[in-house]
Structures are given as structure tokens and as C-alpha cells.
Ligand binder design. Structure first.
Ligand code: MN
Ligand code: MN
Length: 286
């Protein structure tokens, strides 16, 4: 039989029953403030995933040898609090079936529901923004409130890597958590930061969230809230390789595919890295 293409993530060929990883998209951008359009990201990330070979030379295996699936996109309602509940349902189902959720945004507010389902000991996020607003533009579920809502769940172990934007009040609210600014990553190097993060979390379970704007917008400009002087895609890959093994769930959010596919390409590669490095833990810290 010939090969037939579809619109799902490349090589996600396992059945749900057999899959160890379950990709799903949440094409939602209802609270975005600067540029809208992250709802188009799941499709853009899947489209460019076909640009990459199944073989992962850094791990020596084919992605097709790892059972993972792609459910397609959740149909999101309009209200961000309702969307968080839809996401919570979906992530709860995947976790209770013993699989690892891999969520494609959409805007960052969708992470609130996923963290509520996973209730990890630690929330680790790469983001230009602190997302510590208590309320923004009339909603406590705005994409600028994610870290504050995670804290409200009683998850006090919050680590933000790549931060460089937030109000004075947000920086004060974030102060007793572990914040690594992009400047600090630039000055000290990502491996020093990763060493501290790993020492802090020990063997605990984490939720790993990647807001695409953590990366310098001069490198990956397809963003709803672009911010320069960020971390690099190399830094981000190091974080994913180092921490994927401890992540009970993973998301990649805030891609706005209005560039020349740089930002979606990095997202697709990072999703492959998340799965690949979990399957090959000996090489996680390369
Ligand atoms: Mn964010
Ligand atoms: Mn952000």
C-alpha cells in the first residue's frame, strides 16, 4: 500500500491504545492582547513536522519506532475558563490511561487546565513573561495569568527560565519562586542553570511548559507577544533534554505562524526532542 498523508503530526502512527505519548492541539487564542493568531499554530506545527526525517541521529532511532499518536484538535469554547476545563478533562483522560500528554497551543492560558489535571510537584516553564498577573483584561484566565493560577492550585514550586517581562507587581509576586532571567542564562550559560534546576527538583515529577516567546524574537519571530534578548533555541533544547524524563506532561504554546516557519519549525523539533530524549534518557544531557 502507498503512503497517504494526513494533517496529524508526522510519524504519530500508533493507535491511542498503544501510544505512550498523546499529542493534541488546542487552537485557542481568545485572550491574546497584542497579535492574535496562535489558534493557527497546531496546524502549522504539524505541517512542518513533515519536513523532518523520522530518523533521529542524535538518539540512533526512528521516531516511528516509538508509539505515539495525535488526537487532532480539541474544539475550544470561547471562554478561557471553559477551555481550561476542556483541557483538564482531556489531560486527565490521557494521564489516567497511563500516557504522557503533549499539548500544542494555542495561547498559554490552556496550560492552567493541564496543570490542574496533572497536579505536579513542580511547574517548570520557559517564558519571556512571568504570567503572574492576578487578573488581566477582565479575566483571571488570561494568558498573562498562568503562573498565578498555577500558584493558586497550591503548587508553590515554580521555576521560570528566560524571563524578561512583567510588571513590578509580578516580579514581586514571583520573587519567592525560582526565576532565571534571560540575561542570567546569557551570562551564566544554560548548563549552570539546568544544574541548579535539577538539584532543586531532585527526582520529583514536573509539568514542563514551553511558551515559544522564551526564545529571542530575533531568532523565532512568529509570536503573539514578541520579545527580544531572550534565550536561544539551543538553550531551550538543552532544557527539554535535561527535564523531559521527569515531565508527567508537556506543552508548547504561543506560536503565531506569521513568520517563515522558523517558530513552528523549532516547536516541531522540540516536540520530537521531548519524546526522543524521554526514550533515550542516557543522552538527555548532551
Ligand atoms: Mn506565557
Ligand atoms: Mn510569554
Amino acid at each position: 500500500m502507498q503512503s497517504f498523508s494526513n494533517s496529524l503530526f508526522a510519524d504519530a502512527e500508533a493507535s491511542y491504545e498503544d501510544a505512550r505519548y498523546v499529542i493534541f492541539g488546542v487552537p485557542y487564542d481568545g485572550t491574546t492582547s497584542y497579535k492574535p493568531g496562535t489558534r493557527a499554530a497546531p496546524a502549522a506545527i504539524r505541517a512542518i513536522s513533515y519536513n523532518f526525517e523520522p530518523y533521529m541521529p542524535e538518539y540512533g532511532f526512528e521516531l516511528t519506532d516509538i508509539p505515539f499518536t495525535d488526537l487532532g484538535d480539541l474544539y475550544p469554547e470561547a471562554d478561557p475558563e471553559t477551555v481550561a476545563a476542556q483541557v483538564e478533562d482531556t489531560v486527565s483522560m490521557i494521564l489516567s490511561d497511563g500516557k504522557v500528554p503533549v499539548m500544542l497551543g494555542g495561547e498559554h492560558s490552556i496550560t492552567i487546565g493541564a496543570v490542574r489535571a496533572a497536579m505536579p510537584k513542580w511547574y517548570v516553564v520557559c517564558d519571556a513573561h512571568l504570567d503572574f498577573q492576578d487578573e488581566y483584561r477582565g479575566s483571571r484566565y488570561n494568558h498573562d495569568c498562568v503562573s498565578a493560577r498555577v500558584r493558586d492550585l497550591g503548587i508553590d514550586n515554580i521555576i521560570i527560565i528566560g524571563a524578561r517581562s512583567g510588571s513590578r507587581e509580578e516580579f514581586e509576586a514571583a520573587a519567592h519562586h525560582r526565576i532565571y532571567t534571560a540575561d542570567e542564562v546569557h551570562d551564566r550559560g544554560i548548563n549552570a542553570i539546568i544544574g541548579e534546576v535539577k538539584a532543586a527538583i531532585g527526582g520529583d515529577a514536573i509539568y514542563l511548559s514551553i511558551d515559544a516567546d522564551a526564545i529571542d524574537s530575533c531568532l523565532t519571530p512568529g509570536l503573539g507577544t514578541p520579545d527580544p534578548f531572550g534565550i536561544t533555541h539551543w538553550d531551550l533544547r538543552s532544557v527539554i533534554r535535561a527535564l523531559a524524563g521527569q515531565a508527567v506532561a508537556f506543552d508548547y504554546v504561543e506560536v503565531l505562524p506569521n513568520d517563515s516557519e522558523q517558530t513552528a519549525a523549532v516547536a516541531a523539533k522540540m516536540i520530537r526532542e521531548f519524546i526522543g530524549s524521554r526514550e533515550h534518557p542516557a543522552k538527555q544531557e548532551r
